[in-house]
Design a protein around this ligand. Sequence first.
Ligand code: NDP
Ligand code: RET
Length: 318
Amino acid sequence: MAPKTVLITGCSSGIGLALAVRLARDKQRRFQVIATMRNVGRSAALAAAAGPALGRTLEIKQLDVCDEGSIRACLDSIPGRHVDVLVSNAGVGMVGPLESQSLAAMQSLMDTNFFGLVRLVKEVLPDMKRRRGGHIVVISSIMGLQGIVFNDIYSASKFAVEGFCESLVVQALRFNVAISLVEPGPVVTEFETKLYEEAERADYSRTDPETAKIFTDLYLRNSRDVFASLGQTPEDIAEHTLRVIEAARPPFRHQTNVAYTPMAALKHADPSGALVTDAFYKLVFKYDAVLRFGLRAIRLLRWKSRKVKEGVRLLGFK
Ligand SMILES: NC(=O)C1=CN([C@@H]2O[C@H](COP(=O)(O)OP(=O)(O)OC[C@H]3O[C@@H](n4cnc5c(N)ncnc54)[C@H](OP(=O)(O)O)[C@@H]3O)[C@@H](O)[C@H]2O)C=CC1
Ligand SMILES: CC1=C(/C=C/C(C)=C/C=C/C(C)=C/C=O)C(C)(C)CCC1
């Protein structure tokens, strides 16, 4: 079978980079990867990780999801504009109290995370419909299903992504085009470091002291613990995304972190919303010590399991 052409956005780091490398180095050579990024000057990490795949099963192209012209130019440079799988991955985060965030920054985030996807789909879907085949894979987030305190704008952007896809999927199906949402919880990438750097630089003078203190002393501290205890690697997300891409009947939704499934399910268990709101309120304000203790225990268990695996490897059993 001819390899599938997979176009991925946001491949300069994190999940996009890991997925591009995973697919390009596929042992069965099932994929031809077009790894795109807005600034090709940032391609060194991808080129190094791709190794001999670069120039064979992986090529790097420029694509800025906020620029329709650059999306079109990238597609026009592909023979027959033929893309079997589009992976919409490019995205940015934003945390903090609303009062400290500018409307311009919020609009810019929406432009990347939501309208970036819309621009891509508008450009790729007509070709896929004409060919009666294709797969659009969207890196959404658990925050597209359930908001998390101080992530108001980011979460709204991922809810927009989810609503857009939920609406479009039925029409697309009529043309044999599949749509899949991959919904990770926290993933340890530059995404996290950028958030903390931004939080350091932010101006909290427009925020009342109580809110600012809740954000810095409660949220940021717990968020670091959450990433350290429950965070997945970009390679984990690449494996999950590969499973979605290769599925004979691709799922519409795929969560990557089982620890978050109960959280996302709570709102459906109680349509009034009281159950989930109350649970989050208690986790943040009442039982944060219990939460931290639980997260520390998980961290210890993960560390032990890593050590056992290393031991097994060193002893030559695997
Ligand atoms: N990390 C996490 O905890 C989670 C992340 N996600 C989602 O995963 C996706 C990837 O994030 P992740 O790998 O973690 O983060 P990274 O910050 O490592 O990667 C984000 C990528 O998006 C690119 N990007 C940003 N703006 C644009 C643009 N306008 N056009 C093209 N590319 C752009 C960045 O490029 P540049 O280098 O130029 O900035 C970078 O390559 C995002 O959609 C994010 O929302 C979902 C759940 C959890
Ligand atoms: C679960 C949880 C928390 C934080 C979760 C975080 C920080 C999740 C991050 C998810 C990301 C980054 C998704 C990206 O798309 C709190 C509020 C600390 C306390 C309550 C329970």
